[in-house]
Design a protein. Structure first.
Length: 308
């Protein structure tokens, strides 16, 4: 995903940026034969601290009545110019309406604040689903890396709205019905191996700004790391979840996906891992694997069984 990084991250996050560029470059394979769609840019879904939160809505020519929220996020940084319609073609071709969500970025906002943006985005789509011809009870969510983390956070921690809120959007649920994502961090306290701390330190030291001041002390990291790690919120009621992850990923170890899927299975939830042998944090033809995400949504949102 071609996510431009803020100046402080450019020289320290080359692995993430390289993966992003590979993913974006691979999208050319779909550019010539894409599905027809219409685009509504800069739809405002919320405001906070003087910041307007927006999403672009992509409606296919032949909608199937289901919606997918796509997290425009890398390193918990988000930008409107990183919205790439080509990446949504596998979804649009099958009739999904795609909501490309731009969230508040680090370093201005930290992960819990960014997470609140995504709760708001899901609620906004649900509250306005009729406008786009989307079933409010059939929403999927997807993203890669930080976008995958945010997707899993919604999958494990989507919650009911506040019936007493004056805001109609806040009165509806932020729950999603299916998750499919790429190489997400899932457990910042056991990152790659048991006991490995990555709460803005170690492997993720270059992303410290996303974790904020609570990552300044070991005690703070222990409590904060648990709060922002999706693995600690798995229940049997978690929506069906697919993760695609390369086993040569150095930035987000595949252990993150393996442990998440294993714990979900033990809890009685539906979860699947597709391992990409030899692949790192992004790969040149990754765009082709979006088809697998679309298959997952077909099965778990539309009830279409995969072809054998």
């Amino acid at each position: 995903m071609d996510i431009p990084l803020p100046p402080a991250m450019k020289h320290t996050s080359r692995t993430l940026l390289a993966a992003a560029l590979l993913f974006a470059a691979s999208s050319g394979a779909f550019a010539q034969a894409g599905a027809d769609f219409k685009r509504a840019p800069d739809v405002i879904y919320g405001r906070k601290l003087g910041v307007v939160l927006t999403m672009d809505v992509f409606q296919p020519a032949k909608p199937n009545g289901h919606g997918i929220l796509f997290m425009v996020s890398g390193g918990w940084f988000s930008a409107h110019q990183s919205i790439n319609p080509v990446m949504y073609q596998p979804f649009l071709a099958r009739g999904y309406t795609v909501f490309a969500v731009v969230h508040g970025s680090q370093p201005k906002f930290v992960i819990p604040e960014i997470t609140q943006d995504i709760h708001r985005a899901v609620r906004f789509v649900r509250a306005n689903a009729k406008q786009w011809g989307v079933d409010p009870d059939k929403l999927g969510i997807t993203g890669g890396s930080a976008g995958g983390h945010l997707s899993l956070t919604m999958g494990t921690q989507g919650r009911a709205g506040d019936p007493n809120s004056k805001d109609a959007v806040e009165r509806v649920s932020s729950e999603v019905q299916a998750v499919a994502c790429f190489y997400p961090p899932t457990d910042f306290l056991n990152y790659g191996q048991t006991g490995e701390d990555a709460v803005g330190v170690g492997t993720l030291k270059n992303f410290k700004n996303a974790f904020g001041s609570r990552a300044d002390t070991e005690e703070g990291r222990r409590t904060f790391g648990k709060e922002i790690s999706p693995i600690y919120f798995i229940t049997a009621k978690m929506p069906p979840t697919l993760i695609i992850h390369g086993d040569a990923d150095k930035l987000v170890p595949i252990q993150q996906a393996e442990s998440f899927v294993d714990k979900a299975a033990k809890a009685g939830a539906t979860a699947k891992l597709i391992t990409k042998p030899g692949k790192a944090h992004g790969w040149p033809d990754q765009i082709n694997d979006i088809t697998s995400l679309a298959d997952w949504f077909d099965e778990h949102l539309r009830g279409i069984k995969p072809k054998k």
